[in-house]
Design a protein around this ligand. Structure first.
Ligand SMILES: Nc1ncnc2c1ncn2[C@@H]1O[C@H](COP(=O)(O)OP(=O)(O)O)[C@@H](O)[C@H]1O
Ligand code: SF4
Ligand SMILES: [Mg+2]
Length: 491
């Protein structure tokens, strides 16, 4: 059984003018310990596919069809709501995300906060996400307050991409204020929660049990705000005036309301930030264990240990990227999605990082999807390759098949557009025209306006996936003829 099996996935974005059909009937699978390369021009839906798998889609995304089976579990069956949007939090997804599936985000290199040491930022990530590290609470917290914070932690763990975790360093100052402030926060939140319960009679969502309620949390805001004003602490940063904090708390509380109730209030980053603050302030991990882990990871990714306490600007681009990879590995995930992990690096550094990722992958028997617009990036590291065009996988097969027995005109054009590192020098072909708008993609085969082999049928009818060789598929009306031609030319 494959580790990951995506079947007939349709993920669209709702925009003002209609639907952006970013992922449109995509199927891929990945065996344990293997690497899948996902390639295609910018805008063809690679990142959206990655986010669909990690269930981190933006709020205007709707999964219209399909299944994503990971490790035998249908992830969409857990998170997909009736309207096709995905639930942000669910205990079963919490267990999987980051711990089993991790993601290196596109452009993640710039995600380090410039004013904190890189090592500290990775320690942050460990503290927030690693439930196994022993924690200790400041004394004086009542049990119900600890419970509240545990809820906040749950929310944080299930939803935060690492990029967001890093932002939490902004709140170091708040954290340094210590226990007093924590207690104040917890008390406010607790009282506000109590006020809501009193008013509406115990309508919170707890342990997955949905108790219908029509809670307008707005009602609780004045109370929370009044409380917050009476607490003497300085505003920290432009967004952290007492009333902003109070608002955060109120939004946090709404997390534990039903979906419908939350819909009334709208989504926002406020609850997340508050949850982060709470979690960071209250749960103090002994730093020793986390630091030790950072050292191990630095050794793995090849950054000298004396760099742990440097600031991001003291790192080279390659080092930052490695540190980012280290961060994605903190929880020993069994599966990583690396979205354009080397795009910002020079060619030499690209190769070095890729080699290291390959080594790590073998050492830990990890599975990986590596996303790139550049075929040469995935050429040496991927076992299988999926070529995407305008929201569809147009060719899929073993890497050798894609390169030697190319069966789709777009894949051929894409391969021609990138220089081969080893092969003979040749003129680079370019693909004429631009990728289509996914708001209104061409009828028939989406590639037909740019395809030099297009026939009459191509504009009229969408092709189906044709198996041209064992496990080798092409989404083209002339797939067999094309594959035969390639074989002949390359012989
Ligand atoms: N939140 C969004 N809302 C609307 N359209 C989006 C959103 N995110 C991405 N898109 C569109 O979806 C398509 C696929 O984007 P993406 O998955 O980022 O492509 P890739 O990673 O291959 O460059 C593009 O047309 C992009 O403009
Ligand atoms: S179906 Fe037609 S237009 Fe599409 S790739 Fe094949 S030949 Fe080209
Ligand atoms: Mg992308």
């Amino acid at each position: 059984m494959p580790l990951l099996e995506v079947k007939g996935l349709v993920t669209h974005f709702k925009v003002r003018d209609g639907w952006v059909r970013a992922v449109d009937d995509v199927s891929i699978s990945l065996e344990e310990g293997r690497t899948l390369g996902l390639v295609g021009e910018s805008g063809c839906g690679k990142t959206t596919l990655g986010y669909s798998i990690t269930q981190l889609l933006p709020s205007n995304a709707v999964v219209k069809q399909g299944s994503i089976i990971f490790n035998g579990k249908d992830l969409l069956a857990i998170t997909r709501k009736k309207d096709g949007t995905l639930r942000e939090y669910h205990p079963d997804i919490t267990k999987i995300r980051w711990k089993q599936i991790s993601m290196i985000f596109q452009g993640a290199m710039n995600a380090f906060n410039p004013v904190y040491r890189v090592g500290d930022q990775i320690i942050e990530a460990i503290k927030i996400h690693e439930p196994d590290v022993p924690k200790d609470y400041p004394s004086g917290l009542k049990l119900h307050q600890i419970e509240l914070v545990e809820l906040a932690r749950k929310a944080v763990r299930s939803s935060l991409p690492y990029g967001k975790t890093i932002e939490s360093s902004d709140h170091k100052e708040i954290r340094q204020k210590g226990t007093e402030m924590i207690l104040a926060y917890a008390q406010i939140a607790e009282q506000a929660a109590q006020a809501l319960l009193d008013k509406y009679g115990g309508q919170f969502l707890k342990d997955g049990k949905k108790i219908p309620a029509h809670v307008l949390v707005e009602d609780a805001l004045p109370l929370v705000k009044a409380k917050a004003r009476s607490i003497p602490f300085p505003p920290v940063g432009p967004n952290h005036t007492p009333s902003a904090v109070a608002h955060d708390i109120a939004t946090l509380i709404t997390r534990y309301l039903t979906d419908e109730d939350r819909a009334l209030l709208g989504e926002g980053g406020a609850a997340r930030r508050m949850a982060e603050n709470l979690a960071n302030m209250i749960i103090r991990f002994p730093n020793g264990a986390a630091k030790q882990r950072v050292r191990e990871l630095y050794r793995f990714v090849g950054i000298p240990l004396d760099r742990i306490d440097n600031y991001p600007h003291e790192y080279s681009g390659g080092m930052k990227q490695r540190a980012m990879i280290a961060m994605a590995l903190v929880l020993n995930p069994k599966f990583i999605i690396a979205d354009e992990p080397t795009t910002a690096l020079d060619v030499i550094m690209q190769r070095r990082i890729l080699k290291e990722m390959q080594k790590l992958q073998r050492e830990f028997h990890m599975s990986m999807i590596i996303i790139s617009h550049d075929v040469s990036v995935v050429a040496e590291i991927a076992n299988h390759i999926a070529v995407m065009y305008a929201g569809k996988v147009v060719e899929y097969g073993a890497a050798r098949q894609i390169f030697k027995e190319t069966a789709h005109p777009y894949a051929e054009a894409l391969l021609g557009a990138f220089p081969s590192i080893r092969g003979a020098k040749k003129r680079l072909a370019t693909i004429p025209g631009n990728p289509p708008s996914l708001l209104n993609p061409p009828k028939g085969c989406r590639f037909h306006p740019r395809c030099r082999y297009a026939g009459e049928i191509c504009a009229a009818k969408e092709p189906t996936m044709v198996e041209v060789g064992p496990g080798h598929f092409s989404h083209c009306h002339f797939a067999r003829e094309f594959a035969a031609k390639t074989l002949e030319v390359r012989r």
